[in-house]
Write a protein that binds this ligand. Structure first.
Ligand code: HEM
Length: 406
């Protein structure tokens, strides 16, 4: 298949700016549709209706571990760097998934996460203190990137002084390189990232502290130690999943509120609306557009289509979240929507481990922004905003905002 064979553009700038007309057409005409993915050749099944996405996320015939679905000769060998990055829970199913998730899940329970609120609040306030009097900032660089990044790095025990290096490393992991030069640069960045972490693991092995990296380094669950690759991959997953996503959810929410000043003012006046509002931001413009691709572990007939063993399948969460079969007035931002069974954190085995932390950070971030920055609004015409080239994620490059300085 060539790129021209793609019926629906799921990658371009116009699509990113407003993907919903495309998703609406797919839900109506081609709810389970196979077309080439990003490389222009590999055919991928795209699934867009809520009922299908919800059910497939819970169906054990769709797996993350390619080894369960592909014959050995079709499984990419993977470089040592790939193994240092990819041996984590989100790439595993069954017993390995349970072991890898079990090792860190205690740190992310709602109770443990609630204890982090005062610290998250202090970080949010410290970030706003120097900019409040300025009347404008780039919301992402000045606030929504450093807030969740600081929280996850502190939790893990990574030195905060190195915080900004993680922005380039996170990009390298998520932005697909489209040229050989970009490919080489990605390998260089990711080698730096993993070398940095290996050195930190060595340090914590010699001098353990009360942080999560020390606990993981010492992990010996039922005699089942983490391998060196699993340790590195798990920490990379937590760092990247722990900030790229929340950074963008906070920014997408501020953009949505700038389009709806009445709702921004209502939320500023009554912060008790915030927990329901955070759920609605996850539904309306969540930061994870698609679940990571699954493989069919056997032939499956679904919605009249034959999905063959080994076929890749992508479940589009942002489309499911706007499906009129599941949500009334799906394109409206209704901050008190209830119930709100959105799929912004996925579903089933891989349901977001960090969801309590993401909810807490987004709540603290938005409450603090609205309390301290009156009349928060966009500082540029909306047409100037650009989305990052991150297939599967919804993240702006920058979000210039301004407010009334008292
Ligand atoms: C707004 C913020 C966030 C969103 C929208 C989000 C979304 C998601 C989604 C959709 C998945 C499932 C992916 C799939 O099934 O393919 C997922 C998994 C995961 N998320 Fe999040 N996430 C967020 C924040 C976080 C945070 C703060 C952390 C951790 C510190 C985190 C850690 C994880 C992990 C470890 C997994 C894999 C779970 C597993 O495989 O069992 N996420 N997330």
């Amino acid at each position: 298949m060539s790129e021209a064979a793609r019926k629906y553009d799921l990658y371009g700038h116009d699509f990113k700016r407003d993907p919903h007309p495309t998703f609406a057409a797919m839900r109506r005409d081609d709810p389970i549709y196979q077309q080439p993915g990003l490389n222009g050749t590999t055919p991928i099944w795209f699934v867009t209706r809520y009922a299908d996405v919800d059910a497939m996320l819970r169906d054990k015939r769709f797996v993350r571990d390619a080894a369960l679905a592909l014959p050995p000769e079709r499984i990419p060998a993977g470089s040592p760097l790939d193994r240092r990055l990819g041996q984590h829970m989100l790439n595993a199913d069954g017993a390995d998934h349970r072991r890898l998730r079990g090792l860190v899940s205690q740190a992310f329970t709602p109770k443990r996460v609630a204890d982090l609120r005062p610290r998250a609040q202090a970080i949010a306030d410290a970030l706003l203190d120097p900019v409040v009097g300025r009347g404008e900032m780039d919301l992402i660089t000045d606030f929504s990137f450093p807030l969740p990044t600081t929280v996850i790095l502190e939790l893990l025990g990574v030195p905060i002084a190195d915080r900004d290096r993680f922005r380039a490393w996170g990009n390298a992991l998520l932005e697909p390189p489209m040229t050989p030069e970009a490919q080489a640069e990605t390998v260089r960045q990711l080698t730096q990232f993993t070398d940095y972490l290996q050195a930190l693991f060595e340090e914590r092995r010699r001098h353990p502290r009360g942080d999560m990296i020390s606990a993981l380094v010492a992990a010996d669950q039922a005699g089942d130690r983490l391998s060196e690759d699993e340790l590195c991959s798990t920490v990379v997953l937590l760092i990247v999943a722990g900030h790229e996503t929340t950074v963008n959810l906070i920014a997408n929410a501020v953009l949505a509120l700038s389009r709806h000043p009445d709702r921004r003012d209502a939320l500023a006046a009554d912060p008790t609306l915030m927990p329901a509002a955070v759920e609605e931001f996850l539904r309306y413009d969540g930061s994870v557009e698609r679940a990571l691709n699954r493989w069919a572990a056997e032939d499956v007939v679904w919605g009249g289509q034959l999905i063959r063993r080994g076929d890749p399948v992508i479940l589009i969460l942002s489309s499911a979240n706007r499906d009129a079969e599941r949500f009334e007035r799906p394109d409206a931002l209704e901050l008190d929507r209830s119930p709100n069974p959105h799929l912004g954190f996925g579903k089933g085995l891989h349901y977001c481990l960090g969801s309590p932390l993401a909810r807490l950070e987004t709540d603290v971030a938005l409450t603090t922004l609205l309390a301290r920055l009156p009349n928060l609004r966009l500082a540029v015409p909306e047409e100037e905003l650009r989305y990052r080239f991150l297939p599967g994620f919804r993240g702006l490059e920058a979000l210039p905002v301004r407010w009334d300085v008292p």
